[in-house]
Design a protein around this ligand. Structure first.
Ligand code: ADP
Ligand code: 5GP
Length: 185
């Protein structure tokens, strides 16, 4: 079974998934995406993402290596590798996809009943901005791009099986856990 999680950047997807992975070790495999963006401080190649040059990314497109890929921001590409699904299936684990909304909708279309799709909603755009500022990972330019895109992403929430509002972290974690217990475990 597969879990698709999408949300505007900064909504708390990574934080929520980390809590679930800690509670259920060896149960889920995180589909490591390929991206052309630079690694942030502390991010590890092959764990957080496969950090690729644009040439390497294009080669993978030409080889049909992607289940889906999107240009999420100007000049920044992100894609789900088919080899990741195979890798995680071989381990006998459930696959978790952390992808943008278009990627989420496309993966759900491909996997249908084999996946549930969950949209993580910020309590408000103002709180989202505060969280991105607190995270201290963005420049003014990349922060603005993420906030601009958030509105478009929120308009896609209606295409997801479930929407969880990440206001209180523990409440949101519990809601995600309940969905996982119902549909996946
Ligand atoms: P994403 O993976 O969706 O981009 P992160 O998990 O990195 O988002 O979260 C963005 C920032 O918001 C982080 O600094 C995180 O600690 C914080 N955060 C996440 N969830 C909450 C919450 N419910 N309340 C307050 N802060 C949160
Ligand atoms: P970030 O740069 O903050 O890590 O991610 C930016 C956005 O790209 C997030 O919405 C994230 O979910 C999305 N993303 C990450 N990997 C993929 C992927 O493989 N495919 C798609 N479509 N989006 C992705």
């Amino acid at each position: 079974m597969n879990l698709i999680v999408s949300a505007p950047s900064g909504c708390g997807k990574t934080t929520l998934l980390k809590k679930i992975f800690e509670k259920y070790p060896n149960t889920f495999g995180f589909s490591v995406s390929a991206t052309t963006r630079q690694a942030r401080n502390g991010e590890i190649d092959g764990k957080d993402y496969y950090f690729l040059s644009i040439e390497e990314f294009n080669r993978k497109i030409a080889n049909n290596d992607f289940l889906e890929y999107e240009q999420v921001y100007d000049n920044l590409f992100y894609g789900t590798l088919i080899s990741e699904i195979e890798r995680i299936e071989k381990l006998g684990k459930h696959t978790v996809f952390d992808v943008d909304v278009k990627g989420g909708v496309n993966i759900k279309k491909s996997l249908q009943d084999k996946a549930i799709s969950v949209f993580i909603m910020p309590p408000s755009l103002e709180i989202l901005k505060q969280r991105l500022l607190n995270r201290k990972t963005e420049t003014e330019d990349s922060l603005n791009k993420r906030l601009q895109r958030a509105e478009l992403e929120i308009s896609y929430s209606k295409f997801f099986d479930y929407v969880i509002i990440n206001d209180d972290l523990q409440t949101a974690t519990n809601e995600l856990e309940e969905l996982i217990k119902k549909h996946i475990l």
